[in-house]
Design a protein around this ligand. Structure first.
Ligand code: HEC
Length: 163
């Protein structure tokens, strides 16, 4: 069970978001809960890898969660405008690996990294949040649905660039 990103992270996140709204002028970046009631529940024990990998319905639910929570900084459709990191790059690196087992291992590692950052946010070297923590509002289902969306976008983008 992971229970990080609670009060202090949340308050720091709120503080950051005030700045983010002013700096980015992208509107509201308060963490929004994601309605995952249409998806299969995962439970409270954190999965090591995304249980919704390849689940199109989860990706659709995650798309809305992404739009409401992440797009303001990471770009509409996860196309980074350079404000915050490109979220498709890790998955692309994984999926370019030579074998299915290497790809799977890489994706699993990417899932863990994604989960940790989403729950805990990111701080710069001064200890200030550059990305809010979502641990107080995101369920496990929400985290993996958003990741399923990002993975779906990664695959879509890779297919497009091969044309
Ligand atoms: C207020 C702006 C902001 C919002 C909103 C935001 N992020 Fe971020 N995110 C950042 C910044 C800035 C970084 C890079 C921080 C750094 O490297 O120090 C980052 C980094 C990340 C990383 C690590 C990427 C890498 O290249 O290592 C992941 C994963 C991530 N964000 C996921 C998300 C998800 C998922 C959401 C929505 C639930 C989200 N972020 C919402 C600003 C934001």
């Amino acid at each position: 069970m992971q229970k990080l990103g609670t009060t202090s992270g949340f308050l720091a996140g709120l503080f950051l978001m005030t700045i983010a709204v002013k700096v980015l002028a992208h509107g509201d970046v308060t963490p929004h809960a994601v309605d995952t009631s249409s998806l299969k529940p995962i439970g409270t024990e954190w999965a090591e890898t995304n249980p919704y990998r390849g689940d199109a319905k989860a990706a659709t639910v995650g798309a809305l969660g992404y739009l409401q929570n992440c797009a303001g900084c990471h770009g509409l459709n996860a196309e980074s405008g350079g404000v915050a990191s490109d979220l498709l790059k890790y998955g692309k690196e994984c999926l370019e690996m030579g074998s299915k087992s290497l790809q799977d291992a890489c994706m699993k590692e990417g899932d863990g990294y994604f989960k940790d950052i989403t729950l805990n946010g990111k701080k710069n070297s001064d200890g200030r949040y550059t990305m809010p923590a979502y641990g107080a509002v995101f369920t496990q289902e929400a985290v993996w649905a958003v990741k399923a969306y990002i993975d779906a976008r990664t695959i879509e983008d890779m297919a497009k660039s091969r044309k």
